[in-house]
Design a protein around this ligand. Structure first.
Ligand SMILES: Cc1ncc(COP(=O)(O)O)c(C=O)c1O
Length: 492
């Protein structure tokens, strides 16, 4: 058999061949490839999608002679991203972060974690039982957003935590800041520990020379990639890539993927990963050429609108920003005198333009690798023009209060797992000072967790969160989003 090349889609082809031959489907799912589905679902998805919804362990698809089409698809993904091995994930990069920390938990009990890690990393601490040493990211005092962890900060954290069995960092961030991955790898490897990079926002980086270099190419040991975000697999379809070092065992990653994966992974999600890999490997460079050109023009047009600016390569060199990923269009709204929340609401209500994220100072629009950015950019710019015009007729609503950085986080009195799963009670917020949190609290902006399960609650932190709420901010992670009550560990 000829080995597949990057222009093939072995898994998607095997699914299509199975559906095309109209086999006797005496297996799940109960819709039987379409006939047993509700007509509205058949209408909405079309018959092809339902016919390709084929379960795992189907002969000729992921069972049979090695490599099966499913294995071939994962081998091609590893080759495309330059990994030792790649795993398809059906629960997003969130699953990748769970896998990463469960993998590290095979070698010890402590880990270095960037404080503004995604909530799935916090959840992974609960799942793995690892005890974190948190490292503050660099904060941008003007934009009120968090950037990346620096190599110097990682070095200090590893000095302070001799038992750490690895470190996990985020790069690129939601706002496009890229970390000094080569520097972070050097620091981690000098101590003999692996570096995990949550590259959820960077699956496209491997496919164009003008983009910041991707983490695997710089020596990262395990890279979590949210393939659906920019490269275009279906929502939830993601990957985890193993690097070429020997600090992480392939079999351990494999058992962790299996541990937390459904025994019925969706073939539609897997097929979309196979296709997205081909699209990126074969046409990524050409598509990204177009995308980058369209985005450069869109950035210029946004900057011409009154009160708006954009984040771009000018940010590189700021603390915690080694490089900049232009595939996000982060718009600085401070010059309008209004918040990103207000502008995002107007563009949605007036022009049905829906953004990825809106904050006090910055809004983020996401562009995909294969979309027509010139047309999409023009639509966005037109909506922003309507929005700033409308806002210019209303009184300014932004406070000019200087940004107070969040107070230091509380002492870690218990592991996140013990606090989250142990005996707990709900108490009024004013009675929670001095108690150990059983949940996480992150005030937006800037969205860095103020409290994580296991940390002792301080009056300063609770006041800070309350003030953020009073100023129109929001709270993530808490069971009571208004912070009237809090879930705390039971004193024993
Ligand atoms: C940095 C980061 N990591 C992980 C994730 C989780 O990705 P997914 O939604 O694919 O589970 C996100 C989602 O936004 C993210 O921003």
């Amino acid at each position: 058999m000829t080995p597949s090349s990057q222009s093939d889609t072995p898994y998607l082809d095997a699914l299509r061949a199975y559906a095309a031959r109209d086999p006797g489907r005496f297996h799940v799912p109960g819709h039987k490839g379409g006939p047993g589905a509700d007509p509205a679902l058949r209408d909405a998805l079309g018959p092809a999608a339902l016919s390709l919804d084929i379960p795992a362990l189907t002969y000729g698809i992921d069972v049979g002679a090695d490599p099966t089409p499913f294995e071939e698809a994962q081998l091609l993904a590893a080759e495309a991203w330059g990994a030792r091995r790649a795993w398809f994930l059906v629960n997003g990069a969130s699953q990748g972060n769970h896998v990463a920390l469960l993998t590290l938990a095979h070698t010890g009990r402590e880990v270095i974690v960037q404080r503004n890690a995604h909530s799935s990393t916090v959840d992974a601490l609960v799942l793995s039982g690892l005890r974190p040493t948190f490292v503050a990211p660099e904060l941008d005092p003007a934009l009120h957003i968090a950037h990346c962890m620096t190599p110097a900060a990682l070095e200090q954290a590893l000095d302070d935590t001799p038992g750490a069995v690895g470190a996990t960092v985020v790069s690129p961030t939601y706002f496009g800041a890229v970390a000094d991955i080569a520097g972070l790898v050097e620091v981690a490897h000098a101590r003999g520990v692996p570096l995990i990079v949550d590259e959820a926002w960077g699956a496209h980086l491997a496919f164009h020379h003008a983009l910041p270099r991707h983490a695997l190419s710089l020596g990262a040991d395990l890279v979590v990639s949210s393939t659906h975000k920019i490269v275009g697999s279906l929502t939830q379809a993601a990957m985890v890539h193993l690097g070429h070092g020997d600090l992480i065992e392939e079999e351990v990653v494999d058992r962790c993927v299996t541990l937390i994966e459904s025994t019925s992974p969706s073939s539609l999600l897997g097929g979309s990963l196979d296709a997205a890999r081909r699209f990126a490997a074969v046409r990524g460079h050409e598509l990204l050429d177009e995308t980058l050109r369209g985005l450069a023009a869109t950035r210029l047009a946004v900057r011409e609108l009154p009160g708006l600016d954009v984040l771009d390569e000018r940010l590189a060199g700021a603390p915690g920003v080694f490089d900049y990923d232009p595939l996000r269009l982060a718009i600085d709204v401070r010059g309008t005198g209004h918040s990103g929340y207000a502008l995002a609401r107007i563009v949605r209500e007036r022009d049905d333009v829906n953004l990825e994220l809106a904050g006090e100072n910055v809004m983020v629009a996401v562009f995909g690798m294969g979309e027509d950015v010139t047309a999409a950019g023009a639509r966005l710019v037109a909506a922003l023009r309507h929005g700033v015009d409308a806002l210019s007729e209303t009184p300014e609503d932004r406070s000019d209060e200087p940004f107070a950085p969040p107070p230091p986080w509380g002492e870690l009195a218990m592991s996140p797992r013990d606090a989250f799963l142990g005996p707990q009670e709900v108490v009024p917020a004013r009675e929670a000072v001095g108690r150990v949190a059983a949940e996480s609290l992150a005030a937006y902006p800037p969205g860095i967790p103020n409290v994580l399960p296991g940390e002792r609650l301080t009056a300063e932190t609770l006041d800070y969160i309350q003030q953020a709420l009073d100023h129109g901010g929001s709270l993530r992670g808490a069971s009571d989003r208004r912070l009237a009550t809090l879930r705390v560990a039971l004193d024993r």
